[in-house]
Design a protein around this ligand. Structure first.
Ligand code: IMP
Length: 192
């Protein structure tokens, strides 16, 4: 089965391919498609569907799309859907380490440190039929970054059950526990 994955991220494609070995996953770059739709939704599911529908229009074949981010309770759920665009410096985006420092500054020494990574994933069969799921990875915001693995907010999110930060997990374990892996497994059960 051929399915498109509406992402420019080869790491995500690799993760998803491991969960959907029966499927040949193509990303827009494979076909020279320049793909960067405006994520104008108000929640993760809406944004995943915006990406899926935008790619479906171009390829007219089944599409998977995802949207993810970190929601921090003490910050009213921010950065949430704006996780990739959180903070700015001289009008340009911060890098991952800068975003982490900004978030640590914003949360300060608040005693409520609960947070979760969220991933919405949608499978669009055609213009009128889709299946969408949303999953989480629950954690707590650390007081300083820990660990060198993973990407993005991984070094500042502590997983009490694993007794380490997400950035201290092996790649294999992260790919089992992550919000994205859980969403992809749910989706796989529904569509295959
Ligand atoms: P998107 O789903 O590609 O739009 O990613 C949104 C942003 O959320 C990323 O740029 C990261 O900042 C953050 N994010 C999503 N998933 C993870 C994760 O597994 N670890 C760390 N940061 C993540």
């Amino acid at each position: 089965m051929n399915i498109w994955f509406a992402s420019g991220n080869k790491g995500k494609r690799k993760e998803l391919a491991a969960i959907l070995p029966q499927v040949k996953l193509r990303i827009p770059a494979d076909a020279g498609i320049d793909f960067d739709p405006d994520e104008t939704g108000t929640d993760f599911i809406e944004n995943a569907l915006i990406k899926a529908r935008a790619l479906y229009k171009l390829v007219k074949q089944p599409v998977i799309a995802d949207d993810s981010g970190l929601c921090v309770d003490a910050l009213g759920g921010r950065p949430g859907i704006y996780s990739a665009r959180y903070g700015s410096k001289d009008g340009s985006r911060l890098d991952g380490a800068e975003r982490n420092m900004l978030l640590l500054k914003e949360i300060g020494d608040a005693s409520c440190r609960s947070a979760r990574f969220v991933c919405a994933m949608a499978f669009l069969f055609n213009e009128n039929r889709f299946f969408a799921v949303q999953e989480t990875l629950e954690g707590e915001i650390l007081y300083e970054p820990r660990g060198a693995g993973g990407f993005g907010y991984d070094p500042i999110v502590y997983l009490p059950e694993q007794k380490c930060s997400v950035a201290e997990l092996s790649e294999e374990l992260k790919n089992k526990l992550s919000h994205r892996a859980k969403a992809a497994r749910l989706l796989a059960r529904a569509i295959l």
